[in-house]
Design a protein around this ligand. Structure first.
Ligand code: PRP
Ligand code: URA
Length: 210
């Protein structure tokens, strides 16, 4: 199966992304924007949830309505920057479970190093949304999804705010069945594996650690 890749061109997302990228955006504003963009992305990424018919008694009659057909969702942030995307996602789907995968990129080799993995027990009945603001070389996303697949979730989608062409290529090759959503597709990686123009180090900007 070949990946479906969606670059989200909604004006609200694009506007917020411009502010997010700005070197002068404060930590507080950055965090708020990551939340807001994540919420908008989840809104679109859940567009294909199946609906069933439902009749609702209104004060004036019976309305033929729809409801989401008992699907269970899970959000899995890749620590630590992915954490910044969880609140926005949960605002839209408060009943979702949250798993965590701890990975960091070795600064020299750029290879992901795993240090934590805790996923919902019933993940095999859940549609999983893996969230991480940055898809750079793709190593972290590939590794996280490989770990999650070992637990046989119902489906997996990957959501990032900015993707590099290199990461997108690597992720689609490694996991062709995973649908990918990004708010922006940038030009390239620099010699340190950072996305250009990107937004810098997402974790540092969310948590104010630089
Ligand atoms: C960042 C980002 C991704 C990863 C992307 O995390 O949040 O997880 O880099 O790079 P890749 O596609 O080349 O793997 P980082 O390793 O900086 O850790 P942090 O979130 O803890 O800051
Ligand atoms: N991780 C980040 O936080 N930013 C990048 O540009 C690449 C990896």
């Amino acid at each position: 199966m070949n990946n479906k890749v969606t670059i989200m061109d909604h004006p609200l997302i694009q506007h917020k992304l411009s502010i997010l990228r700005d070197i002068n955006t404060s930590t507080m504003e950055f965090r708020t924007l990551v939340n807001e963009i994540s919420m908008l992305m989840i809104y679109d990424a859940t567009r294909d949830l199946p609906l069933s018919d439902k009749k609702v008694q209104t004060p004036c009659g019976i309305a033929n309505c729809k409801e989401i057909e008992g699907r269970k969702l899970a959000f899995v942030p890749i620590l630590r920057a992915g954490l910044g995307m969880v609140e926005g996602a949960l605002e839209l789907v408060p009943s979702a479970r949250v798993g965590h995968i701890g990975l960091y990129r070795d600064e020299k080799t750029l290879q992901p190093v795993e240090y934590y993995c805790k996923l919902p027990k019933d993940i095999e009945v859940r549609d999983v949304f893996v969230v991480d603001p940055m898809l750079a070389t793709g190593g972290s996303a590939i590794d996280a999804i490989t770990q999650i697949k070992k637990r046989n979730p119902r489906s997996i989608k990957f959501l990032c705010i900015i993707a590099a062409p290199e990461g997108l290529k690597a992720l689609t090759a490694a996991h062709p069945d995973v649908e990918i959503f990004a708010a922006g597709l940038d030009e390239k990686l620099n010699e340190n594996g950072y996305i250009v123009p990107g937004l810098g180090d997402a974790g540092d900007r969310i948590f104010g650690t630089k």
